[in-house]
Write a protein that binds this ligand. Structure first.
Ligand SMILES: [Zn+2]
Length: 448
């Protein structure tokens, strides 16, 4: 670990916590320790159920350039920290971000941009990276979003109407929470697509793209691994009628327990939004067919499809390879595992932003197993609210083994009133962060 004495402006969040001996005799890394000159650092914030990562790259002359990867929290997993997190980002970066990556349009990844548009509008931003599926000039993307929006609106109506009948912890409640995640993102999307209205260059990225020295960060090279653009992938985004992501309890044809999902509302040929087209007749018919599936199943399928839109970026800088996987689920991974060179990429990964909060469906075994034992660090932004199945315990244990304990979970950061890891959740929070890592009130820093 390089010397950690370089004094960089301290943020409000960093203030107040001092190194103190831990029960195990180790000393917690100082919260005001700053990455040494030449050290790449990744800060994971505790936002609740969501993602917010700040990557800090050293450049010549002692300066640092910053890349923000997502900034959002799910309304049902919100621990009330996002405002303080955004203040910290402003202080750390002096309101200068070389690149903002919004991996996909889920509330838990982008809500902060909408909620604090006032703050972000005061930033200097070089580039904004979004998935190709949000390109308003791409007819396939526009059509896809129109379909998703129509289905999300119908599901939203359904779950709101069914709200009083929904038992907490039920599949219906989990499905309703998935629909919440799809909603209310228009403001954030507008701001991102506009380049924060500060003239940032907006790139719509797809699997296979590569970028050299983006935003003038000399020496940074980027390979985009997802989302793919193949027709097969587009087909996977349609809510599958018979392909079950999470099987709902009712047997097929059991009308007694099946909920009629759609009011007549969605059948009306409603304009979806300013930039969205109207549904075609063919889309309307395919949605109508899909509506014979249980609404919970549709909700999960739509959620999965949106996750599969995630920008997956491999950032290479000064010999380190950082894999930011967004919420990529199986389809997104599968495409690049089959079409890129995973045997060259994965063993060389130095840092892994664990996909989809450590859920069961987001880090394929054959990807994680090809990463080098002890050769990488991993961060997972997670908590068991609103979905108790997240994070997946066996995946967390395997990540801990593979990284040789260079793993941190955001829910290990104690925040008043916020959920703590479930009692059976392994590995347990260590007494101190892994060697070299630093901890603040709302973040872990991982040096590379
Ligand atoms: Zn997410």
């Amino acid at each position: 670990m390089a010397a950690r004495k370089v004094v960089v402006r301290r943020s409000r969040l960093a203030a107040g916590r001092r190194p103190k001996p831990q029960p195990n005799g180790r000393t917690r890394a100082s919260a005001d320790a700053q990455p040494g000159v030449g050290v790449i650092s990744i800060r994971m914030y505790r936002v609740g159920f969501g993602d917010c990562f700040l990557l800090s790259l050293p450049v010549n002359g002692g300066e640092r350039r910053h890349i923000l990867v997502d900034c959002g929290v799910h309304a049902r997993g919100d621990i009330g920290s996002i405002d303080r997190v955004i203040d910290d980002i402003a202080a750390e970066t002096k309101r200068k971000l070389a690149i903002v990556i919004a991996t996909h349009a889920h509330q838990d990844h982008i809500s902060g941009f909408g909620k604090r548009a006032d703050v972000f509008s005061t930033f200097e931003v070089g580039e904004v990276w979004l998935p190709w599926t949000w390109d308003p000039n791409n007819p396939d993307a526009v059509k896809l979003q129109a379909k998703h929006a129509a289905l999300a609106a119908a599901l939203n109506d359904h779950f709101q109407a069914a709200n009083t009948l929904t038992a907490a912890g039920s599949i219906a409640a989990a499905a309703a929470d998935a629909v919440v995640n799809l909603s209310g993102n228009a403001r954030a999307i507008d701001l991102l697509v506009s380049g924060f209205r500060v003239g940032a260059k907006v790139r719509f990225l797809k699997a296979g793209d590569s970028l050299g020295d983006p935003a003038g960060v000399t020496g940074l090279s980027v390979k985009i691994l997802g989302p793919p653009q193949s027709p097969e992938f587009l087909a996977q985004m349609d809510p599958p009628a018979g392909q079950h992501y999470l099987r709902v309890g009712a047997a097929d044809g059991d009308e007694g327990t099946r909920v009629e999902p759609f009011a007549a509302r969605w059948k009306i040929d409603t304009a979806i939004g300013d930039t969205m087209t109207r549904l075609s007749e063919a889309d309307r018919i395919s949605l109508e067919a899909a509506a014979s599936s249980p609404p919970e199943e549709l909700a999960f399928a739509l959620d999965q499809a949106r996750n599969n839109e995630s920008v997956v970026a491999l950032l290479s800088y000064r010999g380190k390879n950082l894999l930011f996987a967004g919420d990529a689920q199986y389809g997104n991974w599968r495409w690049w595992l089959d079409n890129e060179k995973p045997d060259l990429i994965l063993p060389e990964v130095s840092f892994f932003k664990v996909a989809h909060h450590g859920s069961v469906n987001a880090t394929p075994k054959d990807a994680l197993e090809r990463m080098t034992d002890g050769g990488f660090a991993a961060m997972v932004s997670t908590q068991g609210t609103p979905w108790p199945s997240i994070p997946r315990v066996p995946l967390m244990q395997r990540l801990s083994e593979k990284t040789k304990q260079k793993l941190v979970r955001s829910d290990w950061l104690p925040v008043k009133g916020a959920p703590t890891p479930a009692s059976g959740s392994l590995p347990r929070a260590p007494g101190a962060p892994p060697p070299g890592f630093a901890q603040g009130a709302l973040w872990f820093d991982c040096p590379l």
